[in-house]
Design a protein around this ligand. Structure first.
Ligand code: MTE
Length: 322
């Protein structure tokens, strides 16, 4: 319609702006409704987290386990890192295309000190410590890994998140030259993950720089990855290039790929099955050269870290917010 025609429209036929806006709002709400039904989320945001107080001793009791370690060889050859292929052996066989130095991380969103920081500045003054954590993959296998890293909380506090920072969103590098797997639509790149701010600030949450006393190899997420031991392994995002403080629950790569199978929280929970398989048991990657998987063992609530983290989810329906 030309402007001249538009000007000829009788006033009574022009939609009042407030009516128009309400119509737009309803249409927008309807268009997201199917996605919400798929994800099983009856509402857009879960209730706010409860205030929990964890004693340093309680926190520390989760920092180590004396369970048998998974062999270095298995930790570095049996991997999930779709940016280097979807097979377990692909990431370790891939060419070393990731340039891990220099490495910068963009910090943004609701914080007083946003900006791009080098890996060195990000970690300045911190001494990486060893944490021996279980890692339970959503696929039903698990490992025990001696990580090196710094508590994520200590790093995040440097940027002074504001009270609007309710969640933290993380992004992996997606550069077809450095991470060639992003040329295939196996996921909607870049790989993204997120944590509620209290989960990000929890003493168990580690920003890992190494394992077995050495810097991370490319296949394990060099030079910087997350390790969140009470959640399924896919929350432990690798090769992080951006961290954003956000007000609403951020979208994540796996939730976007299949919302009915991968919820935002993804806490290890043997009482909530994956729609296509049980989560009641797991098989350790066992540490013998002749046999990759050990016998099945029961999976524990919050991957055995309930003493440290159950308080974070007090009052939250974990079947709904899986
Ligand atoms: N991070 C990125 N960027 N891309 C991935 O494909 N895979 C996740 C997680 N982090 C993944 C990722 C999954 S499914 C798991 S189980 C762990 O990394 C595996 O970590 P590992 O290979 O070091 O054992």
């Amino acid at each position: 319609m030309s402007l001249r025609d538009a000007l000829r429209i009788p006033a009574a036929e022009i939609t009042d702006e407030s009516v128009y806006r309400e119509r737009r709002r309803l249409l927008a709400a309807l268009s997201v409704a199917p996605a919400m039904a798929l994800s099983g989320c009856g509402q857009a945001e879960p209730p706010p987290p409860p205030k929990v107080a964890l004693t340093p001793a309680q926190a520390r009791s989760g920092f180590r386990t004396d369970e048998t370690l998974t062999r270095f060889e298995d930790v570095t050859t049996y991997n999930n890192f779709y940016e280097f292929g979807t097979g377990k052996a692909d990431p370790s066989k891939a060419k070393r295309t990731l340039r891990t130095s220099p490495w910068t991380v963009a910090i943004g969103g609701h914080c007083a000190k946003p900006g791009k920081v080098s890996m060195e500045d990000l970690l300045k003054g911190f001494k990486p410590e060893e944490r021996v954590y279980r890692l339970r993959c959503v696929e039903g296998w698990s490992m025990v890994i001696p990580w090196l890293g710094v508590p994520l909380a200590d790093v995040l506090k440097r940027f002074e998140p504001t009270s609007q920072a309710k969640y933290v969103a993380f992004t992996t590098i997606a550069d077809p030259k450095q991470t060639p797997g992003v040329a295939w639509p196996s996921l909607d790149w870049p790989y993204r993950e997120g944590l509620r701010i209290d989960e990000a600030m929890h003493p168990l949450t580690l920003l890992a720089t190494g394992l077995y006393g050495k810097p991370l190899l490319q296949q394990n997420g060099a030079p910087l990855r997350l390790v969140v031991p009470w959640k399924y392994g896919f929350k432990s995002i690798k090769s992080i290039v951006a961290i954003d403080f956000v007000e609403t629950m951020p979208e994540t790569a796996w939730h976007q790929a299949q919302p009915s199978e991968y919820g935002f929280f993804s806490n290890v929970n043997p009482t909530v099955d994956h729609p296509r398989w049980s989560q009641k048991t797991e098989r350790r990657i066992s540490g013998t050269a002749s046999k990759l998987f050990a016998e099945r063992i029961p999976t524990r609530m919050f991957n055995g870290y309930a003493d440290q983290v159950a308080g974070l989810y007090k009052g939250l329906d974990l079947k709904k917010w899986f």
